[in-house]
Write a protein that binds this ligand. Structure first.
Ligand code: THU
Length: 147
């Protein structure tokens, strides 16, 4: 399906998803980077899973907002997704579009069809950018490669 049609399919949920992602920044635990990220993951059954980044004094165990949302959903039995909205920025507010890190892109590739899963980077309900996962993460290694 072409990108315009994919956007059309979730357009009615977009304001709610963006507001949820922005609200999830309030739960972010980011005492080290002071960079708060929120995510809202839309499952194909219509459910929305929120996520925030959760840092750690040992740095390595830190988890991004996107993975928090994915792991919440998968741990509750949901594995089919349409889109994720990401909103991130310093404590003072969102200045730029916050793109997902490489590890989160890999986690998305595990569960989502790259040509149809939408990754939406939001500054506000009015200001957002929409990408397919394949635009952000082309030629990925995924379960399909293992046969
Ligand atoms: N972070 C996310 O949660 N998602 C992103 O898309 C980019 C980065 C987090 C990781 C870390 O807690 C903080 O933002 C600064 O990198």
């Amino acid at each position: 399906m072409e990108k315009g049609k994919l956007i059309e399919k979730i357009e009615n949920r977009l304001p709610e998803l963006i507001e949820k992602a922005i609200d999830m920044r309030n739960y972010s635990y980011a005492p080290y980077s002071k960079f708060r990220v929120g995510a809202a993951l839309l499952a194909k059954d219509g459910k929305i899973f929120g996520g925030c980044n959760i840092e750690n004094a040992a740095y390595g165990p830190s988890n991004c907002a996107e993975r928090t949302a994915f792991f919440k959903a998968v741990s509750e039995g949901v594995q089919d997704f349409s889109a994720i909205v990401i909103a991130g920025g310093p404590e003072e507010g969102i200045r730029d579009f916050c793109a997902p890190c490489g590890v989160c892109r890999q986690v998305m590739a595990e569960f989502c069809e790259a040509d149809s899963f939408l990754v939406i980077l939001a500054k506000s309900v009015e200001e957002y950018e929409v990408y397919t996962l394949s635009e952000l993460f082309p030629k990925s290694f995924s379960p399909r490669d293992l046969g």
